[in-house]
Each structure stands twice: as structure tokens, then as C-alpha cells.
Design a protein around this ligand. Sequence first.
Ligand code: WQD
Length: 321
Amino acid sequence: MKWLVTGGAGYIGAHVVRAMLASGESAVVLDDLSTGTRSRVPDEVPLVVGTILDRALLDDVLAEHRPDGIVHIAGKKQVGESMARPLYYYEQNVEGLRILLAAAVDAGVSRFVFSSSAAVYGMPDTDLVDEDYPSVPLSPYGQTKLAGEWLIRTTAEAHGIAYASLRYFNVAGAAAPELADEGVFNLIPMVLERLTADEPPRVFGADYATPDGTCVRDYIHVADLADAHVVAARRLATDPKTALTLNVGRGTGTSVREVIDLVARVTGRTDLPPVVVDRRPGDPACVVGRTDRIAHELGWTARYDIEDMVSSAWEGWQRRH
Ligand code: WQD
């Protein structure tokens, strides 16, 4: 089958495109290159440069390439930025999705994989969140992902679309050094940046109600995440009634201090112990996803561990710097 992958020139999107090709699917990419890079798109995959907000462009792309489904990854994903620019995030992530869905319905595209996020859970007060846990997002970013899930669910029911909304937990690592995350907005790249600048990593608060006082997260290797998209797409291809919202994580937590210690060991920079600074507003103490549902529905479980994520992120960092 052929899939339109929006955001396919980005860090996660490029991994998804490669995994789709490796599994025998074909792809076409739509990306505005605001954060993606052309070099991440394989030569055999057509790249259309533009925004999902451009309805006329979407109509042209769907008419020319006639995809059997859409994998929608394009979007803005920085929590901090969304606090300062909520209207921009609602425009890009919700209005953009609405326009994409309208174009898909009019073109008769009836399969949709959506990039959602654990940010929909906000500040859960349980150690393991399952998909039925109340979603109370704290940031405009998380709100746009939850609104996106509602948009897709209601559109799918009204127009007969098979969908899978994938709630990404904390994505890290790289399947190849050239595909590593070039953004420095998340823990592992931020620690790499500090260490390679001969500065101590910073721990945003060490007084949380967690085993070592630092925040716990469910880190998922981007290669595992990409595979989850492949099995979700396959399910949509075989079952037109598919209506799934799934956590995509490892189901186990790793603390900030554990991650920083691992990065220090992998990079050999154990000479710069972290410094504890103030908490970052809005950080939940612990967000770890129960992954029974995706295992049951798609037969998917994560293969890589936190060491694989850190070592592959370090290889990518070294290649770029
Ligand atoms: C992880 C932990 C920080 C840097 C967000 C979104 C989520 C997803 C991933 C898109 C936190 C701590 C970080 C540092 C630190 N994005 N930290 N020192 O906030 O868990 O999740 O990004 O889908 O939806 O909500 O990820 O990597 O920013 O932070 O102590 O230098 O590391 O406080 O506890 P987060 P993160």
C-alpha cells in the first residue's frame, strides 16, 4: 500500500518512512521543512514541500499520488513553546489536522495513523497510565493532541475511516547516526549538549516523590516507535473497522538521574556530575505507559532499551558535531 506521511522529513517521520519501505509499503512525503530536512527523505520517495494547512495542495497531492492511507506526523511538539504560542499550536496541530481530514474524506482516503502523545495525560497520579486514564493535558501542546484524537475519532465514525492514534511517550535514539534528532529540546540531547560544552548537566528538580527524587519517564527508541506505525498501518489495511488509541512506550520508567548517569558513562564524561536546579513548571513526577493494549491489538512490544537509545543518540551527536 501507499501512504502519505506528513512530517516524513523530520526526526520521527524519517524513521517511519524507512520502516514502512523496509516492510514493503510505499510512501510519499509532505513536509514544510520547517524542522525537517530534505536529506532525510530517501531518493525513491517523492517529497512534496508544503504545509497541511494548504487545502489546494493537499487536494493536488491526494489526486496525484492516490495514497491508500495517511500517517500524520507533521506538527509542532515543543511543550514550552506551546505555552507561549497556544494559538499557533492550535492552528498547526488542530486546524492543520482538520484540513487534512477534510481533504482525506473528500478524496476517499479511509486509513489514518495519528501521532498523538503521552502529553494528553498531563500529570497522572498513578505509576502506570493506561489509555482509559483520564486525559487532562497541562500544556496547549497536549491539548492539541487530545483535540486531534477527538477530531479523528468523530470523523472516522461519520465517514468510515479506520484509524490508530498512537500516544508517543518519550522518544529517543536513532536507527542510524544520520537520522538522529537534531533538536535539542529533550533530556538526552540536552545532556549531550552540556557535556560536549564541558558544562555539568542540569537536573530540573530532585525533590519529586520518586525513588531518587528526579522525574521518571517512559523512554521509547524511535526505531521501535517507527515499527509501531508499520504494524498499525498493516492493521488498518486488513481491518477497515479499526478504531484504536494506543500507548507506545516500554512500560518501564527511567529517572532523570539514571539517564544522566548513563549518558556520562557512554560519553566517557563522568568528570562532570549533574547539578540540581529548580523544577521546570508543569513537569509531572512520573509518566510511564501501560502497553498491554498495543501488545494485544498489534502484537507489538519495544525491542530496544535505554542503553540503545543513549548510545545511538551519542553516535548521531558525534556525527553531527
Ligand atoms: C524529560 C525529563 C525534565 C532536560 C515532553 C513532552 C512529550 C514529548 C517529550 C512530544 C523532565 C528533565 C530535561 C534537562 C532535566 N514530546 N530534564 N534536565 O517533558 O517528559 O516530555 O517531551 O511528544 O509529549 O511532554 O520530555 O525530555 O523535556 O524532559 O532534568 O536538561 O527530564 O524536567 O522531567 P518531557 P523532556
